[in-house]
Design a protein around this ligand. Structure first.
Ligand code: ADP
Ligand code: MG
Length: 699
């Protein structure tokens, strides 16, 4: 058997009890799993701080000094051992609650010690509980190296004495046992071309680095390997689709497209829109299925691009479907699209959950008979009874609300899979898009239609609310409308509801009827009531919309010019940006007011400052990525596709590019990994693909 598959309980120093903990807490079942439990940071044990520089923002610090004033306090089970640790610059208090009889005899005031731990500040003094304390003469990382690995541990593991140092020892035991059995899986050719450290060495160096440079090379090799597998999977899927599954050929730019473009289109397309239309036209004439993501900030004009794409389908004799995540959005699309297209004789219809039975029957029959060219709707379009005569293209708006499985149901409605255009206003940084969207081609609209006034974003504290009310009154007097949004916090739904209702009350007091009308929308309303309240605001019958984040997606009320976000510090950046995008859709100057508490965490402050500084969705997304890491980018949480062992998409964009190039080169030479030199790679890739079924099939 492969020694990496040996159960962890058989490792010297583990046993059944600790094995169970390792499984539960860290998902470590085998030797191999432990070897893949990489340190998350390293401490340079050759570096010492002065006590006066103790700082609780640092995870671990190391000092050199002596101990004094050793004393026990309390009785029996509450006994504590306390000592002072000092150097020429200051004092840190050391405390032990457990193991006192082992520690006390070692505290020799004559000896120099190395102190290692996380300082905590209490009553103006620093202390460290249960520090690592070793005589200077013997204080070194395992194996005498200077960089000490720090491993993730948990409270439960710590209480079973499986803290980072213990894990380090276990890993060391493994590396000593199986070093000869950790074969290289990449061919010499690949190693050489991409300058990679041999595998067994990389595994050893990543846990027990001999020098910082070696550590860098080791991490590079392991990150590369991880990203390389991912890219092989994505590219194989893409190649498969391109060769095996054909697509409809739209090779005519015909009457409808041209007529619309010349006679109906109410404005000149921006350069970015033109470019994207061209990209789509190139895709759909190749005979391969288009699978394209159209990213563009809110208000950048994605809809018109999708209308032109749908017209290409009409010109080639096909039908189109446009799917939106909410009823309101579907309605808005239907009104907009039918207004544009009915004049040139294109029949459109709408289907949502609330379409009456009789209407639904008629519309579905007309769709199947080919009398209707475009159907617009919600999830209702996915139902089996929705049948097309010849569906050629599917446009999906605000993609992250639809799951993968749902989307693939759309494909099944046609013998040849229809072309797919996904529109998203969630800006995904470019480095991420490449892997995040698997094999989707990405188009970007990075230019707003001319004449837009950039939204002004303002940060205000709670105490400024009266001033804000005054500002609202002025804008409403000019005929504008206002959103006031409260955070939706799932754990405390009750409080959130209370906040919202308190807010609603105070706004109703400040803006009394009949002069002012206020809508309120929140999660506790029935869908029909929610819909009605939204519609009142959309129609301009109410001046103020008080809501939770339900209004986040897509709603278009060009007359709304102020977005007020309460407790803005509680929102993530992506969400703040989405909310802000609800205003600035008309010709008027628009404003986004972020109201926060005086006290802000440093992350919250960065978020607010980012919002105030820029309107650019990609810049916001980059900031978000830096703050939170890719696992938290909107829409990625459930997918589980971003759980890497060592690679980090936020920071490893360069390695990702290299890995992609390497995967491309490999597959050009050996598309099925059937060459002898790639045998081990193939075996490991198959194992990888089993563990990561999501990659590649994301679309
Ligand atoms: P989003 O990308 O957020 O879906 P929309 O497609 O709803 O944006 O477009 C926002 C608004 O901009 C719409 O009112 C649309 O008619 C208008 N628009 C789109 N493209 C242009 C353009 N090239 N010139 C002027 N206005 C445009
Ligand atoms: Mg839109």
């Amino acid at each position: 058997m492969n020694p990496l598959q040996t159960k962890i309980e058989f490792l010297k120093g583990v046993g059944p009890k600790r094995a169970e903990l390792l499984q539960k807490e860290l998902h470590i079942f085998t030797f191999g799993d432990l070897l893949f439990h990489f340190p998350f940071r390293y401490v340079d044990r050759s570096q010492f701080h002065k006590v006066e520089n103790a700082n609780q923002d640092q995870a671990f610090m190391q000092f050199k000094g002596h101990v004094r004033k050793i004393r026990k306090m309390g009785q029996a089970r509450k006994m504590r051992l306390i000592a002072e640790f000092y150097d020429e610059t200051g004092v840190i208090e050391l405390i032990w609650f457990k193991g006192i009889k082992w520690v006390e005899p070692k505290l020799d005031p004559e000896k120099e010690f190395v102190l290692f731990g996380k300082p905590t500040r209490f009553n103006g003094k620093y202390n460290i509980a249960h520090p690592e304390l070793e005589p200077s003469s013997s204080a070194k990382a395992t194996n005498g190296r200077e960089l000490q690995p720090i491993y993730h541990s948990t409270d439960k593991l710590n209480s079973a004495n499986l803290h980072t140092k213990a894990i380090e020892k276990l890993v060391y035991t493994i590396t000593q046992q199986i070093s000869i059995n950790l074969p290289e899986i990449l061919s010499p050719h690949i190693l050489e071309t991409w300058h990679l450290m041999p595998r067994h060495l990389a595994f050893f160096e990543v846990h027990f680095p001999s020098t910082p440079d070696q550590l860098k090379l080791a991490r590079y090799r392991l990150k590369f390997e991880e990203l390389f597998f991912m890219q092989i999977q994505i590219l194989r899927f893409k190649n498969h689709r391109n060769t095996e599954k054909g697509g409809f050929v739209f090779n005519r730019v015909g009457e409808k497209f041209t007529q619309f473009y010349n006679e109906v289109l109410p404005f000149e397309l921006t350069g970015a829109q033109k470019r994207v239309v061209k990209e789509i036209r190139n895709d759909v004439k190749t005979g391969k299925q288009m699978n394209r993501l159209l990213q563009g900030d809110v208000g950048s004009g994605k809809t018109i691009v999708s209308v032109l794409a749908m017209l290409l389908a009409m010109d080639n004799g096909y039908q189109a479907a446009l799917m939106a995540p909410t009823e309101i959005l579907a309605q808005q699309h239907y009104i907009g699209v039918s207004e544009l297209l009915e004049p040139i004789g294109i029949k459109t219809t709408i289907l949502t959950g609330s379409t009456k039975t009789k209407d639904r029957r008629e519309r579905l029959a007309a769709l199947e008979a080919g009398e209707i060219s475009i159907i617009i709707g919600t999830h209702a379009l996915l139902e089996d009874r929705v049948k097309f005569q010849n569906l050629g293209i599917v446009v999906i708006d605000e993609q992250h609300r639809f799951g993968v499985a749902q989307r693939s149901r759309m494909w099944a409605k046609s013998k040849v899979p229809p072309h797919i255009l996904i529109m998203s206003a969630t800006p995904i940084p470019r480095t991420l898009a490449m892997s995040f969207y698997g094999d989707l081609e990405v188009s970007i609209i990075d230019e707003l239609p001319p004449g837009r006034k950039p939204i002004q974003t303002i940060h205000k504290y709670d105490a400024h609310r009266l001033g804000i009310f005054g500002f609202m009154r002025k804008e409403i007097a000019k005929g504008r409308q206002v959103y006031v949004v409260y955070p939706l916090i799932e754990e405390s739904e009750h409080f959130q509801y209370k906040d919202l209702m308190d807010g609603f009350e105070s706004i109703s007091r400040e803006f009394p009827t009949p002069e002012f009308q206020v809508s309120v929308v929140h999660g506790r309303l029935k869908p029909a009531d929610k819909e009605m309240e939204m519609q009142r605001f959309v129609r301009g019958e109410t001046h103020i919309m008080v809501a939770t984040t339900v209004i986040e997606v897509g709603v278009n009320v060009p007359n709304a010019s102020i977005m007020i976000i309460e407790s803005a510090e509680k929102f993530g950046l992506a969400q703040l940006h989405q909310l802000r995008g609800r205003v600035g859709r008309g010709a008027e100057q628009s404003y986004c007011v972020l109201i926060t508490d005086y006290k802000l965490s440093s992350d919250a402050r960065t978020r607010i400052e980012t919002m105030v500084r820029t309107n650019d969705g990609f810049e916001v997304a980059e900031a978000d990525l830096n703050l939170r890491g890719p696992g938290n980018i909107m829409g990625t949480q459930q997918s589980g596709i971003l759980d890497f062992n060592i690679a980090n998409l936020a920071t490893d964009g360069k390695i990702l590019k290299v890995a992609r190039e390497a995967a491309q080169t490999l597959l050009e030479q050996d598309s099925n990994l059937s060459l002898a030199e790639n045998a081990l790679l193939r075996k490991n890739f198959i194992a990888y693909a089993k563990k990561h079924p999501n990659w590649g099939s994301i679309s």
